[in-house]
Design a protein. Structure first.
Length: 279
């Protein structure tokens, strides 16, 4: 934004001081900077792509500019992003240029940027969201870039992206006992885990499907330790196909805790299904 300045003069004579009126001026920004993030949401461990656009409205080129990105540093100054080494791309008036020098760390510094008179430049780079970023619903990640140069005022631009909202499911299947004989009882246990920040359930919720081989007969099914209603699943003893009914399963969201060092840890939400039958 343009920077305003004010000053006034004084006149001294015979121990008397007279002040002038105050004049106000403005230093116009010849360089404008915008910053965008290409992804619509972030996940911890995921990659974000940033685009910094620079436009020079002056009649002379701006050279040797330096970009400094705070990498999402929070209140404690710990960055929430790790710069992805070697990811910088640089364009002048739409034409690719050799990648400028970039130094990562607690901040990202990119040096040697030039913007031609009446022209534009774009700097593109990637960063990985680290364990200091909150994975909770409603969390946001904001980072700021400051552009400095000998012939231009510091100019800043920010970009904000929200934490991804959704379920992240996994399944683990186990068998007991591992060795059985004909007409023996067999139990399958399915542990359904959700590492995301949103529960998986409802009419369009998860559906567990398995085809047992050997086929089980006379099955008994439990969900989280309680008998599962026969309306909660279907089973074909001719084919061994088992499937839970839509809406029968809910896998709760993970819970998140911020540690003393500022990092976040998570405990997945779980649902457990056991199926026991005779082979």
């Amino acid at each position: 934004m343009p920077q305003q300045f004010t000053n006034r003069a004084q006149l001294s004579y015979n121990n008397t001081v007279v002040l002038s009126n105050t004049v106000t001026g403005e230093i116009a920004d010849v360089l404008s900077v915008t910053k965008t993030v290409l992804e619509s949401a972030y996940t911890v461990g995921g990659r974000l792509t940033y685009v910094v656009n620079l436009v020079n409205s002056d009649t002379v080129a701006l050279t040797d500019l330096t970009l400094v990105d705070d990498l999402g540093a929070g209140e404690g100054g710990t960055p929430l992003l790790n710069y992805s080494e070697g990811s910088v791309h640089y364009f002048v008036n739409g034409t690719a240029q050799p990648a400028p020098a970039a130094t990562g760390g607690s901040t990202l510094t990119i040096e040697g940027i030039s913007v031609p008179a009446g022209g534009n430049a774009a700097v593109i780079y990637e960063a990985v969201v680290n364990e200091y970023a909150s994975p909770e619903v409603g969390a946001t990640l904001t980072n700021t870039v400051v552009v400095n140069g000998d012939c231009t005022l510091p100019v800043t631009a920010t970009a904000t992206v929200a934490a991804n909202v959704g379920a992240e499911l996994s399944i683990c299947k186990s068998l007991s006992p591992l060795v059985v004989s004909g007409n023996d009882s067999l139990t399958y246990t399915f542990i359904l885990r959700n590492s995301g920040n949103e529960a998986a359930g409802g009419e369009n919720g998860p559906v567990l499907t398995d085809t047992f081989d050997p086929i089980l007969s006379g099955i008994a099914v439990t969900l989280n330790g309680a008998p599962m209603s026969a309306t909660g699943y279907t089973y074909d003893e001719a084919s061994g196909l088992f499937q839970t009914a839509p809406g029968a399963l809910t896998i709760p969201a993970a819970t998140f805790t911020q540690n003393e060092d500022g990092t976040w840890s998570s405990t997945p939400g779980e649902a457990t299904i056991t199926i026991t039958g005779t082979i």
